[in-house]
Write a protein that binds this ligand. Structure first.
Ligand code: HEC
Length: 133
């Protein structure tokens, strides 16, 4: 019995859809946040500026304190020792997919690291850099 190409077609299409759909949604989460923050920021978001904020040291604390110097490996919470999954979306597809999670951790981690919330400019710069890692 020969297998007609006809019957494989819908499967391929379905597969394609299930691959493409979540990617689009994730991109939209980041795009939407960037758009909102950009309206509150003075200059266009810049990845190099975001990277600089990420590595900025304030009284011995920085984002890598817990996320490590590499976005591509597991981190560890400086205080609790809890393992933190890699930050780079290229190795951890769950990253930057949930609006609520992004907002919650930006708020909490900026306070822990810099003793204050990050500005829309800082958050936008960081996210612009982070999303392409
Ligand atoms: C005290 C430890 C700690 C520090 C310092 C820290 N983080 Fe985090 N971060 C965490 C933990 C814990 C999570 C949540 C667990 C997870 O997502 O794996 C997290 C998650 C995040 C997320 C959520 C990502 C996603 O999955 O959507 C973002 C964004 C983030 N951190 C940004 C930052 C930034 C920016 C800094 C520096 C200003 C920073 N973090 C510093 C511990 C830390």
């Amino acid at each position: 019995m020969n297998r007609p190409t006809k019957s494989t077609k819908p499967t391929c299409l379905l597969l394609l859809c299930s691959l493409v759909a979540p990617l689009e949604t994730h991109a939209n989460v980041v795009d939407d946040l960037l758009k909102e923050w950009q309206s509150e920021a003075a200059t266009p978001f810049n990845a190099a500026a975001g990277e600089a904020v990420w590595y900025r040291d304030v009284d011995g604390r920085s984002c890598p304190s817990c996320h490590t110097d590499s976005l591509f490996v597991e981190g560890r919470h400086e205080r609790t020792g809890k393992v933190i999954a890699p930050m780079a979306p290229s190795v951890n597809p769950e990253r930057l997919t949930e609006r609520k999670k992004i907002n919650k951790w930006f708020k909490r981690n900026c306070k822990w690291t810099f003793g204050r919330e990050c500005s829309a400019q800082e958050k936008g710069d960081i996210l612009t850099w982070l999303r392409d890692q």
